[in-house]
Design a protein around this ligand. Structure first.
Ligand SMILES: CC(=O)SCCNC(=O)CCNC(=O)[C@H](O)C(C)(C)COP(=O)(O)OP(=O)(O)OC[C@H]1O[C@@H](n2cnc3c(N)ncnc32)[C@H](O)[C@@H]1OP(=O)(O)O
Length: 217
């Protein structure tokens, strides 16, 4: 992957704007955003054009441009639009760039999947393994040897202590704390502010301090 290639951000919502802002701050050229809403075509965000729907990508070559997935995720619903869009475009030959904010502290001994996004002020410590499409959002902490599975989102201000294993397609809500050494199963949702003190199985919904399973969401 060439870091010098310009990028197009897929989507034009809040997450997309934060990513574009981060890319510009990193000195990466951004050509603009895609968005399916026809009315937005030709308008601008952060001084960058909304180019049109994803069909506009036909005018560009994957050899000359990379993509950034600007579609956020706020829950554990599957299939997520974020994942579907990226996998569809990847199958067409597009590469998804990683986005790492210059203020993030990222260990050289962490392992990053395709299209990982590490936002402002976050910390990822040595031995961490982040899967494809993972978001480490603003000001969150991913401690040593944590594994975060593909398409999971660590929301702003969450703290994941050492040796935790988080499955694929999980949402770890804003301000959550996860005790060291625990496992959180694939497809789980931890509501904002929770303190996770026990491991959980797949598709769990956990709320509160200490976090308890919640079955009616
Ligand atoms: C950059 C960004 O902004 S990234 C986004 C970061 N945001 C997050 O991480 C938010 C994660 N989402 C949450 O925590 C949500 O509150 C959810 C998913 C747990 C629940 O959302 P909804 O399904 O809309 O549920 P709703 O708000 O209707 O609440 C249902 C019940 O659960 C309670 N509840 C909701 N969230 C929580 C929570 N985090 N902890 C404890 N109780 C909660 C509500 O009080 C309500 O209880 P009631 O029925 O007794 O009144």
């Amino acid at each position: 992957m060439s870091l010098a290639l310009p990028v197009i951000v897929i989507g034009a919502g809040g997450h997309a704007r934060v990513l574009a802002d981060t890319l510009l701050r990193s000195g990466r050229p951004v050509l603009g955003f895609t968005d399916a809403k026809a009315a937005l075509r030709g308008t601008a965000l952060l001084g960058l054009p909304i180019l049109g729907s994803d069909e506009v990508l036909e005018s560009y070559s994957p050899r000359e441009v990379e993509l950034v997935n600007g579609i956020g995720s706020i829950d554990n619903r599957r299939p997520s639009v974020r994942e579907q869009v990226q996998e569809t475009l990847r199958a067409q030959g597009w590469r998804f760039a990683r986005v790492i904010h210059p203020s993030a502290t990222l260990s050289s001994y962490a392992t990053l999947g395709d299209g990982v996004q590490i936002m402002a002020g976050s910390v990822v410590q040595c031995g961490a393994v982040l899967g494809d499409g993972v978001i480490i959002n603003t000001g969150s902490i991913v401690e040593h040897d944590v594994c975060v599975g593909d398409w999971s989102h660590i929301a702003p201000g969450a703290v994941v202590c050492g040796d935790v294993s988080i499955g694929r397609f999980c949402h770890i809500g804003a301000g959550v704390t996860v005790r060291q050494g625990l496992s959180i199963g694939d497809g789980s949702l931890v509501g904002l502010g929770a303190a996770v003190v026990r491991s959980t199985g797949t598709s769990s919904v956990l709320l509160g301090v200490p976090a308890r399973p919640f079955n009616s969401l």
